[in-house]
Design a protein around this ligand. Sequence first.
Ligand SMILES: [Zn+2]
Length: 307
Amino acid sequence: MRYAAGIDLGGTFVKFALVSEDGEIPYKDKLEIGSKATRDDILNTLKIAIEKIKDFADERGNQLSGIGIGSPGIIYDGVVIGGADNLNGWSNVPLGEIYSKAFNLPVFADNDANVMGLGETVFGAAQNCTDVIFITVGTGIGGAIVMNGQLYGGYKNRGAELGHFTVDHKGVECNCGGRGCLEAYASTSALVQRYAQLSGLPEEAVNGIVIVEKFHAGEPAAVQCMEEHTDYLGHGIASFVNTFAPQKVVIGGGISEAGQFYIDMIKKSTFSYAMPDCSVYTDVIGATLGNNAGCMGAASLVFRNCN
Ligand SMILES: [Zn+2]
């Protein structure tokens, strides 16, 4: 049995786990990253996380095949190029070089959403599929494309930004500097904003859980904004279906755990917009790995790329 260190770097935590090739997690933990953390602080926290995994593995007599890291930003050839705006100084970071030297192990790194999508494909909702679209709905919208069993990120891994697919070409401004992106309409933040607007409540008093509760209670504002939210998502996803003809579209992120009704609403919207010939073999389903998707996907980078 092979084992890998799976590291999931986020804006507030480093989650990390020892993961076996058959998807068992004998050990996992997390370390906080303060909002003032510098580049060196983050690098040091990652190092501590890897040491903890290695110590645990050594004690059990498990040899690590390598280290997998999921990180925000654009990542190519083990280097974080940039684009991770919520981490201070997180650009031009040669993760592969730093940790392969420090631990004398192969290191593989990719964008956090890509890694989660790979995790769901190898160990989760889209097991045994070769063609998968993964969407994570949160503060923003991240995405991953698995094509012929491999992550596809475009030339030098700069693409697969599925949250920045345009749904309204003259639409509202998006965080990316563009206009009318799916993320600007269908992220959880956009949902909260829209609900606050419709209900007159302050945004601070609203979150995804509150909206879902009120939706179930049949409150008109909640019903309207959930219908709009899932309609936008389905509209965007339909274009991904028409382009990639995936076997599964996997929906992740906190709100995807609201219940099957949420996935069903997105699915209905998706099929109402997608071309029937493109979507014959497609299903829209919820993610199953939850918080473990990042670590498991990072570990599967190792299993995929090491002999
Ligand atoms: Zn955008």
